[in-house]
Design a protein around this ligand. Structure first.
Ligand code: PMP
Length: 400
């Protein structure tokens, strides 16, 4: 019965790795997928994660019972505290409904489904460009996706006026997706002053913020600093949605550990919101997995392990920052035409190089370097050994 089925296209981001894996070249570099790599080019499991896993394995009282629909309660509390801050008024007033979800993507999807069912305005505005999965997740959740200007190719920075104009003309009450920090794919974030203007505008038009936080701690190396924009929106007492992921900042990628928090107007509303989130989740996957959030909770609740995590997290962030400098220096020393200062100005895991799709194809063909066709490179895939090869390739691509 499926004989006539069409072959689906590869996912534009994950397809880069599929092509990379097929390439036999010894000099190939995968700068496609946003997963951290060590200086040796290897995936990293944090020491603190290994330690937490060992503790859990050695604890004979641990069983494999189902979690509740909403996930591990302790983990949910700790996650809300991590992003909103321990002294957050919303947490102290019990106005936050948090449910454990399948990493960032699952949190966005559950949040999208909840909004499509219960919120009066079905339109969500997403930045241009944005992570490629955003429009698909929200469309399939039942929302109408529109866009707002975000990135200015001319400056390789924020199109702040375009952003303000587009949000000003959005219908009252629209949902707005905001990258909490380290915008993917551009690595361009608003300044704190700009965030404050965005906040004022959004609140004045009752636009509902839906934050996507996939990189807390990865942008600056500080968990609190990266959470500052979100906390400004919580401090004003207004509502918002928050999708959190531990994929990058704790290296928990395949464990699919995330959380959706909805900051509500009162504790009473939060209880009712949580009851409705259960109705969204139950027919999707019944209840979330146990292992990942147990590891995360073990780390977050123990001050010594928490500190160890922050040190390991900062080391990852610092390595990425140093790769930015090395790539910038390598291009400068080659005299590569153009202003490459955006490489050191942009933050987080990605650099939006400004290379066009022909240049990207050239670099794949001639230099075995793999990246998404929009010219986004994952800085985590770079190390001291492969930076010169990348710089040679970029130089050749822009001067060919
Ligand atoms: N949002 C953004 C902006 C991302 O970059 C990612 C990961 N690439 C995600 C969400 C989702 O990641 P995950 O589902 O692995 O947590």
């Amino acid at each position: 019965v499926f004989a006539g089925i069409a072959q689906a296209p590869e996912d534009p981001i994950l397809g880069v790795t599929v092509a990379f894996n097929k390439d036999p070249s010894p000099v190939k570099i995968n700068l496609g997928v946003g997963a951290y790599r060590t200086e040796e080019g290897k995936p990293l499991v944090l020491n603190v994660v290994r330690r937490a896993e060992q503790m859990l394995i050695n604890d004979p009282s641990r069983v494999k019972e189902y979690l509740p629909i909403t996930g591990l309660a302790e983990y949910n509390k700790l996650s809300a505290k991590l992003i909103f801050g321990a002294d957050s008024p919303a947490i102290q007033e019990n106005r936050v409904a948090t449910v454990q979800c399948l990493s960032g993507t699952g949190s966005l999807r559950v949040g999208g489904e909840f909004l499509a069912k219960h919120y009066h305005e079905r339109t969500i505005y997403i930045p241009v460009p944005t992570w490629g999965n955003h429009p698909k997740v929200f469309t399939l959740a039942g929302l109408t996706v529109r866009s707002y200007r975000y990135y200015d190719p001319a400056t390789r920075g924020l199109d702040f006026n375009g952003l303000l104009e587009d949000l000003s003309s959005a219908p009252l009450g629209s949902i707005v997706l905001l990258h909490a920090c380290a915008h993917n794919p551009t690595g361009v974030d608003p300044t704190i002053d700009q965030w404050e203007q965005i906040r004022q505008l959004m609140r004045s038009k009752s636009l509902l913020p839906f934050f996507d936080s996939a990189y807390q701690g990865f942008a600056s190396g500080s968990l609190d600093k990266d959470a500052q924009p979100v906390r400004m929106f919580v401090a004003d007492g207004g509502e918002l949605l928050m999708a959190q992921s531990y994929a990058k900042n704790m290296g928990m990628y395949g464990e699919r550990v995330g959380a959706l928090s909805i900051v509500c107007g009162s504790a009473d509303v939060a209880v009712r919101v949580e009851s409705q989130l259960k109705l969204v989740i139950r027919p999707m996957y019944s209840s979330p997995p146990l292992h990942g959030p147990s590891v995360v909770a073990t780390i977050l609740k123990d001050s010594e392990m928490f500190n160890e995590w922050t040190v390991e997290l900062k080391a990852m962030a610092d390595r990425i920052i140093s790769m930015r400098q090395q790539l910038f220096d390598a291009l400068k020393s080659r005299g590569t035409p153009g202003d490459w200062s955006h490489i050191i100005k942009q933050i987080g895991m990605f650099t939006f190089t400004g290379l066009n799709s022909e240049q990207v194809a050239f670099m794949r063909q001639e230099y075995h370097i793999y990246m998404t066709s929009d010219g986004r490179i994952s800085m985590a895939g770079l190390n001291m050994r492969n930076v010169p090869h990348l710089a040679d390739a970029i130089h050749a691509a822009v001067t060919q």
